[in-house]
Structures are given as C-alpha cells and as structure tokens.
Design a protein around this ligand. Sequence first.
Ligand SMILES: [Zn+2]
Length: 393
Amino acid sequence: MQIDPLIRAEIRVVRRVVVFEKGRDFLPIISLVPTEHITAPVIFVGYGIAAPGQGLDEYQGLSAAGKVVLFLRGQPKSFAGRVTHADKVRTARAKGAVAYLTVTGPILSPYEQRRGMTTRPVALYEGAAPAALPGLWITPAAADAILQPVGRSVRSFQEEMDRQLAARSADTGTELRMEILARRLDATTSNVLARWPGADPALREEAIIVGAHHDHFGVQAGLVFPGSDDNASGTAVLLEIARVFATTGIRPKRSLLFASFAGEEQGLLGSRFYLAHPRHPLSAVKAMINIDHAGVGNGHIVVGLSKLEKAAAQAAAEKVAAGDKLELYDLFPGGDHVPFAEAGLPTAAIVTAGPHPDFHQPTDTPEKIKPELLAVVTRYTLALVWALANDEP
Ligand SMILES: [Zn+2]
C-alpha cells in the first residue's frame, strides 16, 4: 500500500503556524482511508482511553466530534486494563473524531526499552481496518508544540499520570490542517523456501525451520524505507547459515527448512500463509527460529523463547563463546515466530540487544549495520540450529 507523496500537515497555534515536515516531525499511518483534506481543532485526550469501568475515561466532558484527537501510545502504568492502538482508534472514531495524532511519550516502558524503541515516529500499517481514521505519528517535540498554548508537555503529562491515574484531557487551542491521499496498489509476493535434508533415517522427517522476513515498507509517502536492520540483517544471517551447510555438505540428523518470509510488515502475511500451506508436516517441526533485527545494538543478543528450554538456548551460546552476550526472555509478542507459537510449536526469536533507534524509519540504512553483530548472531543461530537438529529424540 502506498501513501501519496503530496501529504502535508500544518498546525495553527494562535497567530502562529507550525509546519510539520514529513519524515522529521511525523510519519503518516499507512491505512486505506479515502482522500482527506482536514482542517479541525486538536484536542488532547491523554492515552486516548475511554474505560470508565476501569477508572479512566479521558473523553469525559469533552466533545471529540469533528475534531482531531492527540493521544499517547501505550497506557499509564497504573491502568489495570489492556488497551491497544486499534482500540484507541476505534474509540476516537466512535466519539466522532475526524483524524488522530499519536506520539510516544519520553518516559518509555520497560518493554519498549528492552526492545530498543525510541520516541521517534515509525511506520505503522493499519491496513484495511474498516474503522481506520487518517492518522499521523508525531514526535514528542511536535506534540509539545501543539500542547504549548495550554502550558503542557508530553513528559509532564506522563509524570502526572504516573503519580495519579486521572483524566487530564484538554482542548489545545490548536488547529490542524492535513492532506492525505492513500492509494492501494495490489501486488503478488512470495515466500522463498529451501530444504536441507537431514542425515538420520529415523529423524530426517523432523525439521527445524529457520526463518527471517525479507520484506519491508518500500516507498511510503515519498519516503524510502530501506529496512537494513529490519530485516536485511536477518535475511543475511539466514543466507549465511544456508551457505555454510550448502558449501560444507554437512548434514545434521534432522532436516532444515529455510524460510524467507514475505509480507511480515503488513501483518505476518507470509508466515501465516506458510502455516496455512505448510511444506513440512507441522507435527514434525521440532522448532522454529526467527531472526529479525540483527544488525545494530550493543553487542548482546536477546532471545525470546516459547516451549524451548532456556538452558538449551544458553548452552548454544556457550558453544560459540557468546555465553556472556545472551539475554533470555519468554515469547516476544511480534514477528514471524508468533503464528508458529500460536500453533503450539517451540519458537525462538533472535534479536540484537540495545537500541534500534531507526526502527521502521527511512533512516534504517546499510551504513548503520555492524558486520561484527551479524557474525555473532550467525554463529549463535547456527549453534542453536545445530543443537536442535541433533538433539536426542
Ligand atoms: Zn522486522
């Protein structure tokens, strides 16, 4: 899906016009909203939560009809419920809002920190969600410019919210003008699969799947998203492991299936398609290993496991002298391993630790990739694949 490059957004703050620059101040949310020219006042609705039953209704006493709502990503620490971005957009639409702005506050959650996320806007697919509203993901600085007439900042709001859970919504006195044109371009894409047959007659019907998605966002709103870390890096690791087996001819006991998935960024399309059309009986898949974002970071490796022993994941690291570089967690909620985990299969998601500041942005470029990280991840993944493929049954 493409968004036309002619997108513009500007805000008017009492006798002052601030023009938002695409790529610097905001990225458009990628969705199939019809062409829109919007001029409307902006109201700040906190985290955008309307859950009076759970003690927080940030729309209470405000009229959102015909307005643009500005809300933070995530949810307050002390809020007991669970609210997704899609819930917030649905709520905004139900309240009559005509568009939304969303921003990551400067106080990041432990999960966001662990995944190396930052406050910078990132490309986000809403796809063909029927409740889609035109939206922009803006920077905290842009949000602060909108909140400036009411003497607020995103950080002060988060701090107040952390102290006490209460609605702190406000009419910002700011007007947003925005132009958006979304066009849907249909295309065909492919998963690429390669099988390396196992050597053991009794075990070769079993398989280890090694996956990495090869797609990214392409060109959106006239901006190129190179996707070097996400996920040319994982693709390089996958290709190198396949090359090692192919050139040495070494065969583990079990078979290996290399899966270069398509359409991950648009909702795990390739991996979900694979599960619906498996090329190896799913009941004989011993594990699925997914490599995604393996090119930047602090030199450590983060692995999210489901149904695999942490001791086994650690032992593989010791084999390649990376025992002190491994950080082990439970299942990560996003990525091509998720459909496999949902199908009940053991999975490992391998990511480089530390900040990924260019995540889903036009700045995810090749010169930021550290070859030594690719080498560490490749050695580790190869050791894990080898152990799982040769394990005693
Ligand atoms: Zn990715």
